[in-house]
Design a protein around this ligand. Structure first.
Ligand SMILES: Cc1cc2nc3c(=O)[nH]c(=O)nc-3n(C[C@H](O)[C@H](O)[C@H](O)COP(=O)(O)O)c2cc1C
Ligand code: SF4
Length: 492
């Protein structure tokens, strides 16, 4: 199966005129003729699932948000363009190539859920994407596409958690990117915090906003949060219909997926494939296959789900098939390892990334996460005795205890899967037969330059307290950043 071009055009779309010539705008036209219930029904029937990582059914989310509209405050549509999953560059590629489809999808979503404003949540470091999105929005506003809807681009912080949807909502309201307790679709407006203070349950920190229930009782408006790629799929579904969308992909994962392949392949890249394409084929199509003289040993879907060993590479890329082998599709990030990669060093790198990025609202996630990263680092450097492997296993079992968001579970899943599937590589370090290696740099991509992935090297000096100081303060972010409003930059 070749690469396809449904949400990822082969060349950048440079103007609204060009977008319209390429069938752009038919979705919003069709949406204008549908009543809202029918519009949501089309998206539900299409089987579109959120491309931000969890694969949640998009139409069902839209229906829930619509049903939970507040009588007092209007709903907001938030487009999640935070893209911080290590090994992922697909949302930035979509925004660079075709920002118009993302905006059109969001305008359709706004109609469906009754929103009067749309916020595109990007990171302030995403300079080309911010400028592409702003230019597309301005053009579409000038041409009358967004009558009555307020559109803005929010420039958020670089923290990984900023992409977690409740943390994103917190950040939009001027607080730090600390995940809330569910439900995810309430926007954490100041009213909620004041309510928290009124009823004596909190100090105003997101950590204490625990009463954000659906329905109108707090007067807080709901927010619909959908990923960039999810939104980019919407216009064609609405213009061509659910049945058309279901002609591609699998029954449970219809359509296409935009994957990013990095790691030990001939090249790094982003490409769109039909759902159901075997993993091995995706690696060949986008990454050019294994490097000459090497064989693929394993694939890691970002830092979210279990590492997939080579013998399972014929598994189709779909939510259901990857879940069935105990892993997950996540955001389509495929980090490939070959026979020259040391998986003990990879585990140490993943652990370091997740432990640093943990906000510390849940003690096991930060405390056990940091202890795990430290021990795995010592194993990778061949400095740890064999009995430390037992301690590592114990920490893997506790790191997600009471976790408020998915990050703690990610730590357990990824490191646990490497320990189980590649235990001999850890053993080789503790018995001295493997050379000392530094933990791998596992972090966000900052760009794709030609066939090369550019990693966020600065993460090497990020401290667990989220500063870049020479010394860590020893305070976890949730403890250190105990002010009501976030500054422009968290390290300031
Ligand atoms: C730690 C963490 C980081 C996340 N980062 C992102 C991100 O960068 N972009 C994104 O779209 N979703 C991210 N998500 C998933 C969002 O919480 C949420 O599921 C998504 O925005 C929903 O949109 P969708 O239904 O269209 O997938 C992250 C989740 C977690 C737990
Ligand atoms: S699980 Fe970890 S990252 Fe998520 S809220 Fe708790 S401490 Fe923060």
């Amino acid at each position: 199966m070749p690469l396809v071009h449904r949400v990822l055009p082969p060349q950048p779309i440079e103007s609204l005129e060009e977008y319209v010539k390429a069938r752009g705008g038919r979705g919003i036209d069709a949406a204008g003729h549908e009543d809202v219930a029918a519009l949501i029904a089309v998206v539900e029937a299409s089987g579109l699932r959120g491309r931000g990582g969890a694969g949640f059914p998009t139409g069902r989310k839209w229906r829930t948000v619509r049903e939970n509209a507040s009588d007092v405050l209007a709903t907001t549509v938030v487009v999640n363009g935070a893209e911080g999953e290590p090994g992922t560059f697909k949302d930035r590629t979509i925004m660079r190539l075709d920002p118009y489809a993302v905006v059109e999808g969001a305008l359709i979503a706004a109609r469906a859920v009754g929103a009067r404003s749309i916020v595109f949540g990007l990171k302030r470091s995403f300079v080309p994407e911010i400028s592409r999105m702003r230019a597309a929005i301005a053009e579409m506003q000038r041409e009358g596409w967004a009558e009555g809807i307020d559109l803005s681009v929010f420039e958020g912080p670089d923290e990984y958690l900023y992409g977690e949807e409740t943390a994103l909502l917190e950040t939009l309201d001027g607080r730090y990117p600390f995940p809330r307790i569910a439900p995810p679709f309430r926007r954490g407006v100041t009213e909620l915090v004041e309510h928290a203070n009124d009823v004596g349950t909190g100090s105003g920190l997101s950590a204490h906003v625990e009463m954000a229930v659906p329905g109108g009782e707090t007067g807080a408006p709901p927010a619909l949060v959908d990923n960039v790629e999810t939104m980019a799929n919407v216009p064609r579904i609405v213009s061509r219909g659910a049945d058309w969308f279901r002609t591609e992909g699998t029954a449970e994962s219809p359509g296409t997926i935009v994957c990013t392949v990095t790691g030990s392949t001939r090249r790094a890249g982003v490409g769109e494939v039909l759902m159901g394409t075997p993993l091995r084929e995706v690696i060949d199509l986008i990454g050019g296959g294994p490097r000459r003289g090497h064989r693929v040993k394993a694939v890691m879907p970002g830092v979210s789900s279990a590492v997939i060993p080579e013998h399972l590479l014929d598994t189709p890329v779909s939510y259901e098939a990857l879940a069935a082998i105990g892993s997950g599709l996540g955001a389509g990030s495929l980090i490939v390892f070959d026979d020259s990669d040391d998986l003990a060093a990879i585990a140490a790198g993943v652990s370091r990334f997740l432990a640093i990025e943990s906000c510390g609202q849940c003690t096991p996630c930060k405390r056990d996460g940091l202890a795990l990263a430290d021990l795995l680092g010592r194993v990778s450097r061949s400095e740890a005795p064999a009995h430390k492997l037992i301690q590592i296993r114990d920490l893997v079992n506790t790191v997600s205890d009471g976790a408020r968001c998915y990050l703690g579970l990610q730590h357990e899943a990824v490191v646990g899967s490497i320990l189980t599937g590649f235990g001999d590589e850890f053993q080789a370090h503790v018995d001295g037969s493997a050379p000392s290696v530094e933990p791998a740099l596992i972090t966000e991509l900052v760009d794709l330059e030609g066939d090369e992935a550019v990693f966020n090297e600065r993460h090497r000096s990020k401290q667990p307290d989220w500063t870049y100081n020479a010394e860590d303060s020893g305070k976890w972010p949730a403890e250190r950043l105990d002010e009501h409003r976030a500054p422009q930059r968290l390290e300031d």
